[in-house]
Design a protein around this ligand. Structure first.
Ligand code: UT7
Length: 338
């Protein structure tokens, strides 16, 4: 089997229509629009309706990405769905998505690497393509974080939103594609950002529900500092592996956790604002979905052009982090699907 780089042939978005604004949050908890904007950069986030689950958002994003790539669902070899909030504990939501799409030739599995999920998924998809095993991989990041957000906790409820982003990966035909990636983890920080109950350690019970233990808990300040350090280090490592330097970066598409985190990383990397994609103002933190949503928006805004060096980077619960360096290459495949 020949080693092939993977390129992103298409991208898509699926976000709920309902918006939760900072003004809305002022009515729920002791906060102010000014605090939220100054400390996070968020103006509003999207919230799934009662009948919308993770797979519904994933399907919308996936269909748009497949259309963008001109690839039919039946051509897919693999579906990787990155999420912390599957529709059910079992089966994997990727299989529900596979069925919805009619992707009858695709294997499917979920990845939970929290906010770094898309980066882990990208690395996994890249491995399958570079070995030649698979040629068409659908990678989706999809979250309904509103279901695990405590709207009585002002330190977390202002941050999270729902949404999905998707990318279709295919083998490169030119010299572009994923050049390198860097992944890391540190479980000693597990309790800095976690949901205490609902797993095998503390299954759902009357007590866990009463104790609001099915919601996200976070020591935001500590996570903030670790995030900046790890993201900068991760980008440097991936650049070095690719034989590139910070000056070679044309565009950074970071995980959208906090505008200040993104700006601190960009400043330390010496990357000017105009080379950083930021959409946290409109979606908040959508965990594994944030990078692919930003990617799809960047693509729609024609920010991605052939030969550009694009960097993805993120950090999240686990703790996990990751980055990837790509040389952007437009796919010239002739899709059969319209
Ligand atoms: O995506 C996965 C990774 N997640 C992250 O990367 C999130 C990282 N953390 C953050 O984004 C920030 O730490 C937060 C936005 C969560 C908090 O911002 P901060 O600047 O770190 O604030 P802080 O936690 O140090 O709190 C400062 C003050 C506290 O009051 P006192 O103790 O100084 O009186 C908080 O109680 O701000 C208070 N506060 C709020 N005030 C108004 C916390 N949340 C709010 C709020 N409205 N919503």
């Amino acid at each position: 089997m020949t080693q092939r780089r993977s390129i992103i042939a298409g991208a898509g978005i699926g976000v709920p229509s309902k918006r939760l604004t900072n003004r809305d949050l002022e009515l729920l908890v002791d906060t102010t629009e000014q605090w939220i904007v100054e400390r996070t950069g968020i103006n509003e986030r999207r919230i799934a309706s009662a009948d919308q689950a993770t797979t519904d958002l994933a399907e919308e994003a996936a269909r748009e990405a497949l259309r963008d790539a001109g690839i039919s669902p039946t051509e897919l070899d693999l579906i990787v769905l990155c999420t912390v909030g599957p529709d059910h504990m079992v089966p994997p939501s990727s299989c529900l998505l596979q069925h919805r799409l009619g992707a009858r030739n695709a294997a499917a599995f979920d990845i939970n690497a929290a906010c770094s999920g898309f980066l882990y998924g990208l690395a996994v998809a890249d491995q399958f393509i570079s070995t030649g095993k698979f040629k068409r991989v659908l990678l989706v990041g999809a979250e309904t974080l509103s279901r695990v957000t405590d709207y009585g906790d002002r330190s977390t409820c202002v941050l999270f939103g729902d949404g999905a982003g998707a990318a279709v990966l295919v083998p490169a035909s030119g010299d572009g594609g994923i050049l390198s990636f860097c992944l890391g983890s540190d479980g000693s920080g597990a309790e800095l950002l976690y949901i205490p109950a609902g797993g095998s350690r503390l299954p759902a019970s009357e007590e866990t529900v009463k104790g609001r233990m099915h919601f996200i808990r976070m020591k935001g300040n500590e996570v903030f500092k670790l995030a900046v350090r790890a993201m900068v280090r991760s980008v440097d490592e991936a650049l070095e592996q690719a034989g590139l330097t910070r000056q070679d970066i044309d565009l950074v598409i970071p995980h959208q956790a906090n505008r200040r985190i993104i700006e601190a990383c960009a400043e330390r990397l010496g990357v000017p604002d105009e080379k950083v994609v930021i959409n946290i103002d409109r979606y908040g933190n959508t965990a594994a979905a944030s990078i692919p949503i930003a990617l799809a928006e960047a693509r729609k805004a024609s920010l991605l052009t052939d030969g550009q060096i694009v960097v993805f980077v993120g950090f999240g619960a686990g703790l996990t982090w990751g980055s990837a360096v790509l040389r952007w290459e437009e796919w010239n495949g002739n899709g059969a699907w319209t």
